[in-house]
Design a protein around this ligand. Structure first.
Ligand code: F3S
Length: 117
């Protein structure tokens, strides 16, 4: 089990969560941060401090957000699909490449062409 970051982080990237994480398992991506699924020690300090309430335990993620369970791990997967162990994030590290689903995620406030009003 681990904690996961959900869509409210996208384009916000407040970063306060990284300041309280005791194992530096929260990594910056291009549009959001990601919690490494196996480096996380489940202390939940990040969950309590995120100003946009973007962090959940993986077993508390709503059905609408279950794709974020995989998406939090995807930036760490190597060509064989296995999780790399980067060993901790530091401010100034090059942001990880976002998975396509995050790259294509609508910007906050943007209305999708097919969205009902
Ligand atoms: Fe994102 Fe919240 Fe952390 S906005 S960077 S999950 S404090």
């Amino acid at each position: 089990m681990a904690l996961v970051i959900l869509s409210p982080c996208i384009d916000v990237k407040d970063g306060t969560c990284t300041e309280v994480c005791p194992v530096d398992c929260i990594y910056e991506g291009e549009r959001m941060f990601y919690i490494h699924p196996t480096e996380c020690i489940e202390c939940s300090l990040c969950e309590s401090i995120c100003p946009v309430d973007a962090i959940r335990y993986d077993d508390e993620v709503s059905p609408a957000d279950t794709r974020f369970l995989k998406l939090n791990g995807d930036p760490f997967r190597n060509a064989d699909g296995e999780l790399d162990q980067p060993g901790g994030w530091s401010r100034g590290d090059t942001p990880l490449k976002d998975p396509a689903a995050i790259r294509d995620f609508p910007a906050a406030g943007k209305i999708l062409p097919n969205a009902s009003r």
